[in-house]
Design a protein around this ligand. Structure first.
Ligand SMILES: CC(C)(COP(=O)(O)OP(=O)(O)OC[C@H]1O[C@@H](n2cnc3c(N)ncnc32)[C@H](O)[C@@H]1OP(=O)(O)O)[C@@H](O)C(=O)NCCC(=O)NCCS
Length: 93
């Protein structure tokens, strides 16, 4: 699991971030990596082959603030009702 790479402004844009990521991943020798980053840095990681996960989820005590800051998607209605014997969910879903 990688919890973001952050460089001081004077060290940014010199290829150091890319080198740190390469060093970390080569050092660990793991076959896969989970990454947690902040809004605005997705492009940096995308260039290194990281992709957004479709099933990653998070629960925060202040979801409104996290949504505003760009960490989570807008709350969507979630269907918690069980499917009936025909495999159908209640109409409100
Ligand atoms: C994001 C960060 C780790 C990247 O490290 P870096 O050393 O500056 O990046 P590199 O020079 O290794 O860049 C590698 C590539 O990623 C691109 N890139 C860098 N930052 C990017 C970003 N935020 N979004 C999209 N692409 C980015 C570069 O243009 C470069 O592209 P190229 O290979 O096509 O030339 C670094 O800029 C950083 O720490 N930024 C601070 C952001 C932050 O966290 N601020 C809040 C602090 S609380």
């Amino acid at each position: 699991m990688i919890f973001d790479v952050v460089l001081l402004p004077e060290y940014q844009g010199r290829g150091i971030g890319k080198q740190i990521m390469k060093f970390l991943t080569e050092l660990s020798k793991a076959p896969a990596f989970l990454l947690y980053t902040m809004p605005g840095k997705e492009g940096f990681y995308a260039k290194l082959g990281y992709r957004k996960m479709k099933t990653a989820m998070a629960k925060f005590p202040d979801p409104g603030m996290q949504q505003k800051a760009g960490y989570i998607e807008r709350l969507a209605p979630v269907c918690l009702g069980a499917a009936n014997s025909f495999g159908r969910r209640p109409a409100r879903c």
